[in-house]
Design a protein around this ligand. Structure first.
Ligand SMILES: *Cc1c(COP(=O)(O)O)cnc(C)c1O
Length: 468
């Protein structure tokens, strides 16, 4: 399988190249040249497979020549072996037509583990084949950093440096990063905000000498491999509900549009999905787009669902590319307009195509809290704020014909205990295997909000590690 940039000006690559590159040189996102479609009989043949086996089979057409099916099967098995539930992605029925698929049984209790645990395996495999090493850098306000660290810890060809804003992540989130005892992990607590950390990471990549010396790479959600690794659980859920002989609908709490894009891809591959329902918090650019073709960026406002506090959903560019019939010139122009003016004039025909498939619902913090309470009162299910938004959107959905709605639960309630307790009076506790979190020794290095200081810290860390 070859991959092209949504903006048409980058060298095409294979899966391995896309995995290591992340973003394309022209600022676009990589997309597969075609969608591997399956017939109804081929979908049926995937029923009842263990999750790792299903994941390998669904992903393999995207991975193509880079990794054989046998090797991919082994990587998937290792990626999901550490999950704390034998089904990996269990389904829970809430109501006659409503199910939840739990994506939070990985090591950091959020759905990012679904993709990043496999990405760690894929990186190690491809780097070994090529006899290369990399330094992964990233900025985090919470969930992504810990999921990336857990995925890369103790991998000999990877060093990982994660910047977080000192004192501005929750204690659970910080400890999930800083209590990891692995010599290839470097936590930097920056004296600044999350935006400062993100600007710093951009600065590290913009310094071409530093970038080359350190062999910098990123694992943020624009990496195609993350999307590919999220397609299998939609297949698993749909098959469990009777697909391909029955239509289903998915409800997805959405921030960067990565998770729901994977659902879109599963449908594009031939899975019978009647509707994609997206839930958002007060940062509602996507639901405004669906309601009135109003794609206008506003400032990010903090909410009860911080992992969805996003103003510009980077993976939307992939859907846009498809909506304009894969025209890279139109896509590049629209993205450029958006960057310049904060408003994207999506052509009417493209918007209509989007609204035929997608529905959206935005919830304020008060509505999110009410949703957590109502879900618990009526079904007994304890949902975190992100998952509650997805479930509420699923409950409000208008379907063209009766179909089971499957809402994606993206975080364990114990990750957001204050919001859950405020809504229900119940304080969810961490699963036993994470109890050590609150007592383990923390490892972090403080840094001023200054690019040169952070660069020299990372240089020293990478050098020190080489001598171990
Ligand atoms: C990242 C995240 C989301 C948003 O997912 P996207 O792929 O960015 O749309 C939702 N919920 C939780 C808990 C997350 O960590």
């Amino acid at each position: 399988m070859r991959y092209f940039s949504t903006r048409g000006q980058a060298e095409p690559r294979d899966f391995g190249g896309v995995l290591l590159a992340g973003l394309a040189e022209d600022g676009g996102l990589f997309m597969p040249e075609s969608w591997p479609e399956r017939s109804a009989a081929e979908w049926r043949a995937l029923r009842d497979l263990p999750y790792a086996e299903l994941a390998a089979q669904v992903m393999h057409p995207f991975v193509g020549e880079t990794i054989s099916l046998d090797v991919l099967r082994g990587l998937c098995e290792r990626a999901y072996a550490g999950f704390n539930h034998p089904a990996r992605v269990p389904m829970v029925q809430l109501d006659s037509g409503l199910w939840v698929q739990e994506l939070f049984h990985g090591p950091t209790l959020a759905f990012k583990d679904m993709a990043l645990q496999l990405l760690g395996q894929l990186f190690e495999h491809v780097l070994t084949e090529r006899n290369e090493t990399v330094t992964i850098v990233g900025a985090t306000s919470g969930d992504t950093g810990s999921a990336a660290i857990e995925a890369c810890r103790d991998r000999s060809r990877i060093k990982i440096a994660i910047l977080h804003p000192e004192g501005r992540t929750s204690e659970v989130q910080r400890r999930q990063m800083t209590t990891v005892d692995a010599s290839n992990v470097f936590n930097i607590a920056v004296d600044g905000t999350f935006d400062d950390c993100q600007d710093m990471v951009k600065g590290l990549f913009a310094d071409t000498a530093f970038r080359g010396d350190m062999k910098l790479t990123a694992v943020n959600s624009i990496n195609w491999a993350r999307i590919a690794a999220q397609i299998p659980y939609y297949v698993a859920a749909a098959l469990a509900m009777g697909a391909p002989d029955r239509e289903v609908a998915f409800a997805v709490p959405t921030g960067n549009f990565g998770n729901v894009l994977a659902a879109w891809a599963a449908r594009r591959m031939g899975l019978p999905v009647s509707k994609l329902i997206i839930g958002s918090n007060r940062n509602d650019i996507l639901t405004r787009f669906l309601a009135a073709n109003d794609m206008t960026a506003k400032g990010v406002a903090p909410s009860l669902s911080p992992s969805m506090d996003i103003q510009v959903s980077s993976n939307f560019e992939r859907l846009l590319f498809e909506l304009v019939d894969r025209d890279p010139t139109v896509t590049a122009q629209l993205m450029q307009d958006f960057r310049k003016t904060g408003h994207m004039p999506v052509p009417d025909a493209a918007w209509k195509k989007a609204t035929a498939l997608f529905q959206g619902l935005a919830l304020s913090d008060a509505e999110t809290s009410a949703a957590i309470r109502q879900i618990h009162d009526t079904t007994g299910y304890l949902a975190d704020p992100h998952s509650a938004i997805g479930i509420a959107a699923g409950q409000a959905a208008k379907l063209p014909a009766p179909a089971p709605v499957i809402a994606m639960a993206t975080a364990h309630p114990a990750k957001f205990p204050d919001a859950v307790e405020a809504a229900t009076g119940i304080r969810p506790s961490l699963p036993p295997h994470l109890a050590h979190l609150m007592t383990g020794e923390e490892r972090l290095t403080r840094a001023p909000n200054d690019l040169a200081s952070v660069e020299s810290l990372i240089r020293a860390f990478v050098g020190r590690n080489d001598q171990l």
